[in-house]
Design a protein. Structure first.
Length: 116
């Protein structure tokens, strides 16, 4: 019986998303189990395959993981090669931009409007 082999693009995508999930999980001080259980995995072992890029997440689980990690699916899946600091900065920007109650929201909108 033949084994399914994902394409190089799929492998690259899974590795990129997995490493970003790990980054945001560690920033939140969560263990793999802390994230795996709410996503429906029974152990951290299965989730380590996701963080290492061996397995991917379906869209529903990706969105749920992003929410649990206080980030956005777009940050986890962006095609650009970004450093960890750039990912953190992008996430911070989006958190402020999408939250009108954030103390920096109005200032950010003003800056954006001045620099189209």
């Amino acid at each position: 019986m033949a084994t399914f082999q994902p394409s190089k693009a799929t492998e690259d995508y899974n590795k990129r998303v997995g490493s970003r999930i790990k980054l945001f999980r560690e920033l939140k001080g969560m263990t793999q189990t802390d994230l795996a259980i709410p996503l429906g995995y029974k152990s951290s072992g299965a989730f380590s395959l996701i963080e290492s890029g061996v397995r991917g997440l379906n869209k529903t689980k990706l969105v749920h993981a992003a929410k649990l990690l206080d980030t956005f699916p777009e940050v986890l899946t962006a095609k650009q090669s970004l450093t960890n600091q750039e990912l953190i900065d992008l996430n911070t920007f989006l958190l402020i931009r999408t939250n009108p109650k954030h103390p920096l929201h109005k200032k950010m909108i003003k800056i954006i409007k001045l620099n189209p």
